[in-house]
Structures are given as C-alpha cells and as structure tokens.
Design a protein around this ligand. Sequence first.
Ligand code: SF4
Ligand code: SF4
Length: 195
Amino acid sequence: MPRYAMAIDLSLCVGCAACAVACKMENEVPPGAFNLWIRERELGTFPDLTVEFRPEQCLHCENPPCVPVCPTGASYQTPEGLVLVDPKKCIACGACVAACPYDARYLHPGGYVSKCTFCAHRLAQGKVPACVETCPTLCRTFGDLDDPNSPVSQALRQANRVDVLRPEMHTRPKLFYLNAPSKKGLSKESEVRHD
Ligand code: SF4
Ligand code: SF4
C-alpha cells in the first residue's frame, strides 16, 4: 500500500502558476475557488533579499483535523493517505473548512466542500498529479513515501532542508517543501514586509 506524498523544491519554483492553472483545468475548479495557489513573499532587507515562491494546497495530512470533525463521514482518509471528500455525503456544514489550518478547503457551488485530491483520479490510472506533470522547472515530485526509490523519497533524501507548514499543529503534512530560500526556513506572515 503506497503512502502518497508530494515534495516541492522551493529553490527551483519560479511561481509561474502553471501547476495552479493545470489543476484548475484538470479538476474543473470553479471560478473564484482554488485547489492550489502560489504565495509569493519578499523576505529580508537590502542587500540580503530573498523571494519565496510557495505553492500551497491540501497537504494530505497524516493526522488531518478536517476528518474527525466531519459529522457525516464525507471527509475521509484513504488507506493510501489521501484526504478526500465524498460529495454525496457532504452537507456543506463547513466544519472541515474551519478545522483545516491551511485554508485548503472551499465550498463548491455544487453544494459540497472541495479541495486538492492529489489527483486521485489520475493516480488510479497510474499517472502523477496534473501539477507535477505540468511543472516546467520539475520542482514537484510525487510518490510513495515508503518506497525509498520513489521520486519523492529521493528528493527528500537529497534536499538540504525539508520544511512543512505549521508543524506545531501536529497535522503531519505530506506536502514537503525542500530547500526553502530563506535560511530561516518557510516564511511566516509575521516576517513579511508590507511596504
Ligand atoms: S491540509 Fe487541511 S484539508 Fe488537507 S488534510 Fe490537512 S487539514 Fe485536511
Ligand atoms: S462540509 Fe461536508 S465534508 Fe466538511 S465537515 Fe461538513 S459534511 Fe463533512
């Protein structure tokens, strides 16, 4: 049984949003909603400046707070570690939206909650997620964390540093950021210049 995960090498990401557009098309994400978006942040002060381009989406947390809060069982975790929503069971109460610390979920106009699925439909066909396939810089890798030869395992091994968003939440994300451009790791809102 695979344990699916994704890694994004931030030293290669240029924030072109090809992944976000590919996701929109592949998953028919409605206008105004996003499974995947890019956060761009300038960090530091002259002459020590850095830009961080950080794609964000559902992290398919290993310990996902969005699952136990769901009153209907619509929000669930598969044996492969995907966190998904069954639209037929979803009553759009928004409990999972409130529980996700990463703003990964939204209310779909179809009357259910939606978000990144790690392209479960493509995985079922032996393909990688659309964002991974589309990325022109090849900064995204995907695969089975339990297979040391999977692209994601190799990328994690070769990285100079590995970060996850909000580790203090103990959600155990399975979206890993590699080689963050700032020596301090991933940017936080409190460090961002608003000038
Ligand atoms: S990122 Fe949010 S929606 Fe995705 S698994 Fe984690 S808590 Fe759930
Ligand atoms: S909005 Fe849907 S998936 Fe989310 S908690 Fe409510 S019923 Fe479950």
